[in-house]
Design a protein around this ligand. Sequence first.
Ligand SMILES: [Zn+2]
Length: 423
Amino acid sequence: MPPFAVIALVLILARAITELWLSRLNQHHVCAHANEVPSAFRQLIDEATYRRSVEYTLAKSRFGDIANVFDTALLVAVLFSGVLPWAFGRFIASFGTSILAMAGFLFAIGTCLSIAALPFAWYAQFKLEERFDFNTTTIKTWTLDRAKGFLLALLLGYPLLALVLKLIEWTGANWWLWAAAVVIAFQLLMLLIAPAVIMPLFNKFIPLPEGALRERLFALAQRTDFPTRSIDVMDGSKRSRHSNAFFTGFGRFRKIVLFDTLIAQLTERELESVLAHEIGHYKKHHIFKLLGISSAGVFVALAAIAWLARQQWFYRAFGFEFEGGLAPSRACGIVPAMLLFALLAGTISFWLSPVIHMWSRHFEYEADAFARATMGEAQSLIQALRKLSEKNLSNLTPHPLYSGFYYSHPTLLERERALRTSA
Ligand SMILES: [Zn+2]
């Protein structure tokens, strides 16, 4: 085995083993608190619901372990069996090395890998979520969702891939700078059009009906100087009993969205506090900061691909070799690096997730503080958070190392503590 293949294998296994270990750590931590409701939660959750939340956490976690082992085995098989260079060779023999063919190759491999993940997605929705009474998706909706997702990838993702490959031919060694600019512009465009064009393909959005709630929420938007033209209710209940709220889009296209499930679970004042939290994200410029980070990620990724595509040892490690050491076209010489990078990126980025999540939890604290200041009290948000974690059967006792790696939001107790002490 070439030296870099060994390194890659070690990195893949290190990640998988760490993930399984974290999961085991968390399962033990949850089980250790499973016998009775911890004193901090006695006021907010009854014995039966607590027990259910423990069962739900453990069931999800065990299923996650199986999926993890499968994903790792699949990744190792795909990378080291020689199937990729073989498929690449066959593809070139049948379709040539044109830009459209090369983009087609990347798209086809991506499609095959997502098909391999389908049974797990199906099980999670129709067995796991069903068992805990969260699932409301029908097989028809689920299948249509997948079909629409595939068509969107074909209509948007495939042309983007082709454009990036075209840039390799149009521009010189700095193609990756141009490509990064194009990818970032594409992301911005998607953010802009998603609320109007893409999200309605999956859900119905209706304006919040006239009445006390609507008046209260628009008054809040006015008070916090948050320009919005519409507050919509989304039929989240079409797929799940889980609840959520978010806002999306920029400027004129901005849209505040409340799940119908959320409206059913919270009082008007609690809903107002949740919306105040969402507005807090906007006021503290979290969206732009996140966009900044993801743009930086795009630059780093494309720079890495451009560099890796010039390294013989990288290609050799995974069995990619061109006749006479020369790729038939520039794009053709870079496509394997793109593919290998996409497959391996998670192996590296996993180790960054505690840092990214720490940052994201910091944003949540800021948005909570904004909501508290806007509402003039912390109690309604605390009440809303308690209800949401109860209704969603959230894990109330995650292991700190586990939540450090995986949680984008602080735990309920951490948020309550911050909301109370900053008062
Ligand atoms: Zn938030």
